[in-house]
Write a protein that binds this ligand. Structure first.
Ligand code: GDP
Length: 148
């Protein structure tokens, strides 16, 4: 299977609860390489843009408030079958339904405060990665800058 990329964010709840290191360790142990990474805080309008696909959902305002409430760690991850394998590693959206050992089972507080984001398709992974990182801040495994 071809090596490809996914995008993740460690959400404000997990940053606040001190889980950055543990979550990054799970990501590395599962065979993902970090291609780009930054700690930042989303403005309300950035959070609205990032979650634009959900703007008609009843929880949209709460989600935007939560995602802009504190810092996040954004990262692009590389692995064979990255999108699907990362969704398996993070577990179900609702942590009550997440499998044992998944990141959300271990670190989520609730359906909304569910510790991490993970892209749901290759197309969204590319869009979401570009939302945070210019091409010259993405590095291949060899450490070379990549033109993407
Ligand atoms: P994901 O792909 O597993 O992150 O799930 P979705 O794309 O369906 O939802 C995006 C994010 O919205 C989730 O990760 C949660 O943080 C949040 N969310 C989803 N469903 C609900 C809900 O019913 N209530 C609230 N408050 N937040 C939700």
């Amino acid at each position: 299977m071809a090596k490809n990329r996914t995008f993740t964010m460690i959400k404000p709840c997990a940053v606040k609860n001190g889980h950055i290191g543990a979550i990054l360790a799970k990501i590395n142990e599962a065979g993902f390489r970090i291609v780009a990474m930054r700690m930042t805080r989303l403005s309300k309008s950035q959070a609205e843009a990032f979650y634009g696909v959900h703007k008609e959902r009843p929880f949209f305002n709460d989600l935007v408030g939560f995602m802009s409430s504190g810092p996040v760690v954004a990262a692009i991850l590389e692995k064979e079958n990255a999108v699907e394998d990362y969704r398996k590693l993070i577990g179900a959206t609702n942590p009550e339904n997440a499998e044992e050992g998944t990141i959300r089972k271990l670190y989520a507080e609730s359906m909304q405060n569910n510790a991490v984001h993970g892209s749901d398709s290759d197309e969204n992974a590319a869009l979401e990665g570009r939302f945070f990182f210019p091409a010259n801040e993405c590095f291949s495994v060899e450490g070379k800058e990549e033109l993407v």
